[in-house]
Design a protein around this ligand. Structure first.
Ligand code: DNO
Length: 347
């Protein structure tokens, strides 16, 4: 297992100098953020990023994300050109030593929350999803960090409408086409592609979402039979519904060698199915983090892992979910569990 940490590039208030001081973190997970979604990343930009990371003694072997343009997901407009660009990005990233690319196939909205700074009883702040509040939200006027914010309200309304018409099966068809196009390039470049599950794993605002549960993950994996075609298994995304048994899913897909990249975090599920992001420690949320780590360990997991969203603690100001302190506590907790498992059951 290689422990990594997400870094949003030179503008991130969490710097490489800070990240390199977290015990056991050997690399960062990052991306070129200056290029519009769908375009080819300039080689110089990729190289510059890698040099910055390597200069601090850290690896840059995982990219999160190379975003998928909406035309690809909708199968319209410039779809084929964007697919060719995507292939070129895989080749260019492989050329500088990238081994794993994380991406998602969520229509329009990436992860969705109703509030990014909900005060918790201990005075920390967390990202939360309260069903009642989401029901009142107007999707055409929403913006969350990490989302493509280049759409006007009208464009957004049209996009949402197009996805409603496309439906789940239409989205599957476009995903299959994308996978069959890009995977031969990924295999040839020896890059492991890991799809990120939908967060949360259910349809929002009437838009289809398909990477949501075991049945759909099986269907996804069957689209291309090669270990380079895998999952960035995010415990917090799949785990915000009790119907997904995370240790079971980890055990199954890790044993199949289909998890190149693991996001491990905890989440507290509330009575009405809403959820709050909690500290990584098992007792703080609904997931058994030791059982998750044991499932990785028992199946000989040797991919990349990162702690995921943290709360804002100790007065920190940073990107929601991506401060230093709580994620560093998360990394240390996960490394502590891993060390214990290694010593109890050395391989
Ligand atoms: C949220 C992240 C996601 C993830 C993308 C991958 O914090 O886990 O935004 O990076 O879905 O494409």
């Amino acid at each position: 297992m290689k422990m990594t940490f997400r870094w949003y590039g030179p503008d991130d208030p969490v710097t490489l100098d800070m990240i390199r001081q977290i015990p056991g973190v050997t690399g960062v997970v990052t991306a070129v953020y200056s290029v519009p979604v769908g375009e080819v990343w300039p080689v110089e930009e990729i190289q510059k990023l890698k040099d910055m990371v390597n200069a601090k003694g850290l690896e840059m072997e995982v990219i999160e994300s190379v975003p998928v343009h909406e035309d690809i997901k909708l199968g319209t407009g410039d779809c084929e050109r964007y697919i060719e660009n995507y292939k070129e990005n895989i080749r260019r990233l492989a050329a500088v030593g990238v081994k794993c690319i994380c991406y998602n196939f969520m229509p329009v909205f990436d992860w969705t929350r109703s509030r990014l700074d909900q005060p918790l009883p201990d005075g920390s702040q967390a990202l939360v999803y309260y069903k009642e509040d989401v029901a009142k939200m107007d999707p055409t006027k929403l913006a969350l960090p990490g989302w493509d914010s280049s759409y006007t309200t009208d464009e957004m309304a049209a996009l949402i409408d197009a996805y409603k018409k496309l439906g789940e099966e239409g989205l599957w068809k476009n995903l299959e086409h994308f996978i069959k196009e890009i995977m031969p390039v990924a295999v040839e470049s020896d890059v492991y592609m890991g799809i990120h599950p939908d967060d949360p794993p259910w349809s929002i605002f009437g838009i289809p979402r398909i990477i949501t549960n075991e049945e759909n993950l099986d269907r996804f994996l069957s689209l291309y039979d090669d270990p380079h075609h895998g999952i960035s298994l995010c415990s917090g995304s799949l785990g915000c519904t009790r119907s997904n048994d995370i240790p079971k899913l980890v055990r199954k897909y890790s044993a199949m060698g289909r998890i190149p990249f693991a996001h491990v975090r905890n989440v507290k599920i509330l009575d009405d199915g809403s959820f709050e992001e909690s500290a990584h420690y098992s007792a703080c949320g609904s997931l058994d983090v030791v059982a998750i780590m044991k499932a990785y360990h028992d199946t000989g997991f040797d991919g990349y892992m990162r702690p995921d969203h943290g709360r804002m603690i100790w007065g920190e100001k940073a990107r929601p979910g991506y401060g230093l302190y709580d994620r560093a506590l998360g990394a240390t907790y996960l490394n502590g569990i891993w060390e214990t498992l290694e010593k109890l059951d050395p391989r």
